[in-house]
Ligand binder design. Structure first.
Ligand code: PXP
Length: 238
């Protein structure tokens, strides 16, 4: 059965909209653990648009399940990771203008840079996962690089709604890529764009051990909590 890693970045996105101290992603991580999260995932981006260095430090001290840090192959962020020692690091590409991580890592062309980063993280005792598109040549290039896991990018599957048969094709692609990852003897993860409506076929892929889901959970949390939040404020105003 796949474990659930809850990505709390967008709790920090709401906080950063006002540069205040609420909502605190640390509090959200505690609630996520009470809700059964097997892991807490966060992305410390170079531009610090949501998660801040303080969040990573406090989460390292307070999270009792697996702490999974997403990061780019940026030497300064890798240094922070090596000092903070999350349980797992997931290497992702990062472009400043993107709304979210848009594609998987390009390890065919950036092989040495990725290999050097993996070595630094592993020397610090951190499990390393690579975020890759479900493409044969990218997964093949991951062999022997030193990472222990591959997280398959489910974005194309998630976005293939509406078009007849397109989602089934993307799912078949994910299944093939999943088998390739397992054949390499690597641990299989998946994530990006998964929602309450599209998660089940991905969770059912044989051999998958971790799903990382963020935006959809944060979006739902707002909706299931909004009425109570207004009720409490209304009471105070009255
Ligand atoms: N996995 C990785 C590697 C990601 O970069 C992200 C987005 O930060 C996620 C999973 C979660 O994606 P979403 O927020 O769409 O659930």
């Amino acid at each position: 059965m796949a474990e659930l890693g809850v990505n709390i970045d967008h709790v920090a996105t709401v906080r950063q909209a006002r540069r205040t101290n609420e909502p605190d992603p640390v509090w959200a991580a505690t609630l996520a653990q009470l809700g059964g999260a097997d892991g807490i995932t966060l992305h410390l981006r170079e531009d610090r648009r949501h998660i801040q260095d303080r969040d990573l430090r406090v989460l390292r001290e307070t999270v009792t399940v697996k702490l999974n840090l997403e990061l780019a192959c940026n030497p300064d962020i890798v240094t922070i990771a090596c000092q903070t020692r999350p349980d797992q690091a997931t290497l992702v590409p990062e472009k400043r203008q993107e709304l979210t991580t848009e594609g998987g890592l390009e390890i065919v062309t950036h092989r040495q840079r990725v290999a050097d980063t993996i070595k630094r993280l592993r020397d610090a005792g951190i499990i390393v996962s690579l975020f890759l598109d479900p493409e044969e040549k990218q997964i093949a290039a991951a062999a022997g690089l030193g990472a222990q896991a591959i997280e398959l990018h489910t974005g194309a599957y998630a976005e293939a709604t509406g078009e007849e048969g397109k989602q089934a094709l993307e799912l078949a692609k994910l299944r093939r890529a999943a088998q390739q990852v397992l054949d390499l003897g690597l641990t299989l993860h998946a994530g990006h764009g998964l929602t309450y409506r599209n998660v089940r076929p991905v969770a059912a892929i044989a051999g998958i051990s971790e799903l990382n889901i963020g935006h959809s959970i944060v979006a739902r949390a707002i909706m299931v909590g909004f009425e109570q939040a207004v009720r409490e404020m209304k009471k105070l105003v009255e």
